[in-house]
Design a protein around this ligand. Structure first.
Ligand SMILES: O=P(O)(O)OC[C@H]1O[C@H](OP(=O)(O)OP(=O)(O)O)[C@H](O)[C@@H]1O
Ligand SMILES: Nc1nc2[nH]cnc2c(=O)[nH]1
Length: 178
């Protein structure tokens, strides 16, 4: 049986402070406007919920929608993402904020942004909780970044290892011992 060693990287209190800061930055940019948060499933479900609740303390109209995408194995050559689950409404003319748990190589979001731009949003921006810039294979940069982390495999707060550990309240570094 495998045992898992998870070492705390970002405790819940620090995540809360980070989300409060992100909400302030976003609210300053969209003051008095409406904003559609697009939660990229699965990993972003907790982050999106907490960010939406934090944004409710500011002066903007927030809606939330969901989509689930995965990169094709040959996505670099096809430039496409597989749409597992699309959002339920039009984004044409809307302020859209894509909410991601983590940006690693940047491939998923590069392809997703290209797809969503064809739907003519008014303004589209990207918010990620965790950013691993050392892993990037393209120039992708988020507009709002929670925490920059090293090239470590992390779990918790929505992020999984083999579908487990999404429920952990903080972010931990996963060490796998066979
Ligand atoms: O920058 P990239 O290298 O493309 O990786 C980032 C993607 O990987 C994770 O999703 P994952 O495929 O693990 O799915 P999940 O959110 O359903 O767990 C994360 O939520 C991003 O969508
Ligand atoms: N759970 C998890 N998913 C990822 N996808 C890309 N990087 C990571 C990571 O560190 N943890």
């Amino acid at each position: 049986m495998k045992s898992y060693d998870i070492q705390t990287l970002i405790p819940p209190q620090q995540l809360q402070q980070t989300i409060e800061r992100l909400a302030r930055e976003i609210a300053a940019d969209y003051e008095g406007q409406s904003l559609l948060l697009v939660c990229i499933l699965n990993g972003s479900f907790i982050f999106t919920a907490d960010l939406a609740r934090e944004l409710s303390r500011h002066n903007l109209e927030v809606e939330v929608d969901f989509m689930k995408v995965s990169s094709y194995a040959d996505s670099e050559s096809t430039g496409s993402v597989k749409m597992d689950f699309d959002m339920s409404r039009s984004i044409t003319g809307r302020n859209v904020l894509i909410v991601e748990d983590i940006i690693d190589t940047g491939r998923t979001l590069e392809h997703l942004l290209r797809l969503l731009r064809t739907r003519d949003p008014r303004r589209m921006a990207l918010c990620c909780l965790l950013d691993k810039p050392s892993r990037r294979v393209n120039g992708l940069q988020a507009d709002y970044v929670g925490e920059v982390i090293d090239d470590l495999f992390v779990v918790g707060y929505g992020l999984d290892y083999n579908h487990r550990f999404r429920e952990l309240p903080g972010i931990g570094i996963m060490n796998i011992e066979e």
